[in-house]
Design a binder for this molecule. Sequence first.
Ligand code: GCU
Length: 429
Amino acid sequence: MKLLAKFLFLSAALTVLSGCARVTLAWADLKPAGAAASPPALGAFAGDGPVTNPPDWEARKPALQKALEAEVYGAFPDASSTRVIGKRVLNDGAFAGSGVLEEWTLSAEATFNGAAVETKPFPGRDGFLLEVALPADATGPVPIIVMETFCPSWEVVPDPAVSRPADAQEMGGGPLGGVMTYVFGRYICTPPFEMILERGYGVAVLYPNTVPDQRDEGLAELRRLSAGYENDDTRWGAVAAWGWLFSRAVDALEQDPRIDANAIATWGHSRYGKAALVAAAWDPRIAAVIAHQSGTGGASLNREKKGESVAAITGAYPHWFAKSYAARAGEEKGMDVDQHLLLALIAPRPVLLGNARRDVWSDPNGAFRAAMGADPVYELLGSDGLSQSRLDEWRPQAGIAFWLRPGTHGVVKEDWPAFLEFLDAHLGE
Ligand code: GCU
């Protein structure tokens, strides 16, 4: 088996195993249980007094970003640029005629301390790929959902014209794909394209493995991309880099007149839910976020958590975060930041936090308390923020919409209708 095929197979198998381990008999509490998020989002921070008005909040944001970089995600590039190398139509009657499918080739550069390094190209192409599906009957610029998923683009987008390496391992169609779908739900690999396109949204699929999700290769690529960065403790992790890749897709999408540059949403499940939040917290052009079961290092608080601890996540996935995050394991109470501040950085833009009652590993309760902690910032900026008092009161129109369904970790039948309800409430006409 060639290297890429081996990697795909192994990562899918690991995903399945970790998912099985997560299917426990525990249920998340339906009411917030545990301490309030700390430090208070509008309280004194890094030598500055409490925030009482929107301009002061705007001035506070860079310090919060720096603190989250130092303690959790690692440093973001000083500068970035994106080149659109090419666009080609793959199928103008894709998804049973509901969409036009294109493949865009992009290349991006990250600059740290003056050293600019380019992303690695996809095998056989000049850059990395973005598969773009636009509604066939659009009469004007459309809102678009940019997504990163576990599966490679040629599995996510069921069209034979999508580029794939010659030695690609099939996942969706084979027995492993069947197991993945059984364990993690029907939409784990492929979203319901027709349903989404018919509702008027475009979909852009980014294969995040431009920065590989593997300990050694991932770390090597992160080091290569941040060649000018000296401090190994706060070098960026893959979650930050996947967030950065979302922004590179936005660079390209916002240039295309068929796309509404003010209605670009990021979507991610689990590890890519973390990245979808990070992208929006650093990139104000992202108009809305759907972060499904983002868990530790995503929407769930580090303090007083159930499920995956900081020690567990940094031990299993040392390439996801800055080393400094691992160093805080067991001492989370002493951290300068917590994850509600990540959500607060997105305010007042709408965010959906997706959860499942028995996915305690992702700590729905910790995500709810993070939402409560971010709420004052939403309200300060004129949004209603979190408007539910229990985890299971679904309010898709709210600035922070908290979605809790029965079941476990994965993307299942009920999830996409809820995601679209949220997007219609916020990005719809
Ligand atoms: C692992 C990991 C989680 C992550 C998940 C996923 O279970 O512990 O933090 O969210 O993988 O990406 O599915």
